[in-house]
Design a protein. Structure first.
Length: 273
């Protein structure tokens, strides 16, 4: 078994990771949701997080985007140690996230949801600022168009939309604002075939734009189609990561279920976390 600090040739690089995480731990009372997790993401890299239900994937996302605070651990963004007090704090640093449980406002329309927490104003007078609805409508329309999301009536509140349409609004919002990193927690779990294909196109567009991405998915076809590297979570630990080109779906399933011990993988390929 490789030591926790060892690195394979495939990850050795002079380039600084966009995101580097070490020893990240979160326990809820007696539940060890995440223990001493290590992770890194290189510039432009698209990574998948896979693992069984309850493996700690969403906990990891909540910890690195300021929804919850870890018990311990270090999060580095472009080499700088960071600690986000809230998701807004993370968004201000260019990290956009689509959470597994969608954070959208049902009673607001599409532009209001897209600009939630970063509303555009015409007159900035502190608490008496005047919202610039026209600019928000126009920019929302262009964001939806860029990402290929089709919403018939943007003035409709989200209450009248399907789960898939809401998901598309959330993904268009994240893709439109993402500067440094985008994180998608099971973005297509509730989507039909056409919407899933659309979201996968959006992800490919982000790759072309060089925006690093983390996607959590149970869909291994999707994972192997989209990403460069796969990180395997098992029972609250990140047990290993594999370059897509050095693994296959059977091996990943074996790692997820415990049928394959990462220590048994070829030493020059295995990368301990
Ligand atoms: N707020 C909480 N309080 C107590 N336990 C929690 C809380 N949030 C998560 N857990 C527990 O932590 C573990 C990891 O949960 P998490 O949601 O991160 O799993 P996951 O890998 O995202 O699973 P899934 O694939 O089902 O979404 C689970 O055992 C879960 O029950
Ligand atoms: Mg989850």
């Amino acid at each position: 078994m490789l030591s926790p600090t060892s690195t394979s040739e495939s990850t050795m690089s002079n380039t600084q990771p966009v995101l580097e995480i070490s020893n990240l731990t979160k326990h809820y009372g007696g539940v060890k949701a995440l223990t001493e997790a290590g992770f890194r993401l290189m510039p432009g890299e698209h990574a998948a997080i896979v693992g069984d239900n309850g493996a700690g994937k969403s906990t990891f996302v909540r910890l690195i985007t300021g929804v919850e605070q870890p018990n311990s651990g270090d999060i580095r963004l472009d080499g700088q140690s960071v600690s986000f007090d809230s998701p807004l704090d993370a968004r201000e640093k260019g990290i956009e996230t689509v959470y597994q449980t969608l954070a959208l406002a049902e009673d607001l329309d599409v532009p209001a949801n897209i600009f939630l927490g970063r509303e555009l104003t015409r007159l900035n007078l502190g608490p008496l600022s005047v919202l610039n609805h026209k600019a928000m409508r126009e920019q929302s329309a262009s964001m939806l168009e860029t990402t290929g999301v089709k919403i018939q009536d943007m003035s409709e509140t989200l209450r009248g939309m399907s789960g898939g349409q809401r998901q598309c609004v959330a993904i268009a919002r994240a893709a439109g604002f993402a500067k440094n990193l985008i994180i998608l927690d099971e973005p297509t779990a509730a989507l039909g075939v056409a919407e899933t294909a659309r979201v996968e196109q959006i992800i490919r567009g982000l790759k072309e734009r060089g925006i690093p991405l983390i996607i959590i998915s149970h869909n291994l076809r999707q994972v192997f189609d989209l990403v460069d590297r796969i990180w395997v979570f098992r029972q609250g630990r990140i047990i290993c990561n594999r370059l897509k080109t050095q693994t296959n779906p059977e091996e990943i399933v074996g790692l997820i279920t415990g049928a394959i011990d990462p220590a048994d993988l070829p030493a020059e390929e295995a990368v301990a976390c």
